[in-house]
Design a protein around this ligand. Structure first.
Ligand code: COA
Length: 351
């Protein structure tokens, strides 16, 4: 009842020309205001783009000058008095630290895409300009990895226990190819935005995509059947380990975000470090077991390739891929752990 009378009132008002004029005047005022704000926004954008160019060129000049200066310092170090050599050492230390600071600055400046991103995306800017959006992108990347890993886990479980059909295996391998290709793109974007992902992990995903592609083309024969269960069990295990790894890495991300700073932490670093060590020591046995499973797959396939009735080239290709994966994963993980232990010891000493 009330709403119908209100409707009638509004109708009556809209038929009144003075009300229409009033509404138009208010709209005009709002539009003027919007135009001014938008003009200001465009001006600021132009200012920002000038500042970005300015910073980028100064950074590249600074890099060059640092390089020249470090050569000079080296030359002076040989022929200087003890006092001078102390000053030179101090300068050397500062020069060593500078590239890290410049790297962090560059993460907030637009960059030309590398070859891979230019080929896949073209020359579109992928730099995210705030810490929040960088965190949000990384967070979404970890979630994407987790969802896809769970999907792969379910699918390989189904293939292993319930569906022994070549076409279901093909779906699993196709999903893996797509997943790893997507990861390489997302990781290149992360690297452009200042992530310190080691080159090996990106390369690992290229090789894994290739390996899954080769598995996809392996014809359904006796040899395929022999290797199938071992491969599916490996996929199951790897997905399980990747779930643990995602849990650890998103834990690191949340804690770093809680600390408020990304790479140059100082205050509550200890809490973070002890959590990280607990997570890492829990994770490492699972990771190393996975690496040796890769070696085992490689050896099994190399043995298979020597059988007289082995005609499929896929056997040797997969064996090689597993061997490269084992070597790269094992050596990089050992290097990461050694580096983390070294920096922990250094911190303990400096305290
Ligand atoms: N894939 C993708 N990104 C990785 C990665 C991986 N395997 N390992 C590390 N990173 C990223 C981190 O997220 C971090 O990114 P950020 O700078 O954007 O925050 C950066 O690389 C530096 O990480 P780092 O401090 O070197 O290592 P970490 O503590 O995050 O992880 C390990 C250490 C050992 C847990 C991790 O490298 C790992 O899981 N390695 C083993 C992977 C593997 O072997 N898989 C096969 C299992 S069978």
């Amino acid at each position: 009842m009330w709403s119908t009378s209100r409707l009638a009132l509004t109708k009556e008002m809209s038929q009144n020309p003075s009300n229409v004029l009033e509404e138009w005047a208010s709209l005009e005022e709002e539009f003027q205001h919007l135009q001014e704000t938008h003009k200001l926004y465009l001006q600021k954008l132009e200012e920002i783009s000038k500042l970005q160019n300015n910073c980028s060129s100064t950074i590249s000049r600074h890099h060059k000058r640092l390089k020249e200066l470090s050569h000079q310092v080296k030359r002076c170090g040989n022929s200087s008095s003890p006092e001078d050599s102390k000053t030179m050492d101090a300068i050397k230390d500062k020069i060593k630290m500078r590239p890290n600071v410049l790297f962090e600055m560059e993460a907030f400046l637009p960059k030309k895409n590398g070859l891979y991103l230019s080929l896949v995306l073209g020359n579109v800017n992928v730099t995210l300009f705030s810490k929040q959006s960088k965190f949000a992108y990384k967070d979404e990347y970890e979630r994407f990895k987790l969802y896809l890993t769970v999907l792969v886990l379910l699918l390989s479980f189904t293939c292993y226990f319930f569906a022994s059909y070549r076409f279901v295996d093909a779906i699993l391998n196709f999903l893996l190819v797509w997943y790893y290709c997507t990861l390489t793109i997302r990781e290149s974007i992360l690297i452009t935005n200042g992530s310190r992902i080691k080159g090996w992990w990106v390369f690992h995903h290229y090789i894994s995509a290739f390996l899954s592609g080769v598995m996809l083309t392996w014809p359904d024969g006796e040899l395929y059947k022999v290797f199938r269960n071992q491969f599916l069990a490996y996929c199951l295990y790897q997905s399980f380990v990747q779930c643990l790894q995602c849990y650890y890495q998103s834990g690191c991300l949340y804690r770093l975000r809680a600390l408020g700073e990304r790479h140059n932490l100082d205050l509550t670093v200890e809490g973070f470090q002890s959590w990280m060590w607990k997570g890492l020591t829990f994770l490492l046995p699972f990771l190393f077991f996975g690496h040796f499973w890769q070696l085992f797959n490689s050896i099994s396939l190399f043995n298979m390739a020597q059988l007289p009735d082995c005609k499929e080239g896929q056997v040797l290709l997969c064996a090689l891929c597993f061997l490269i994966l084992f070597l790269g994963n094992f050596l990089t993980t050992v290097a990461v752990v050694r580096q983390k232990m070294k920096s922990r010891n250094q911190k303990a000493k400096s305290q």
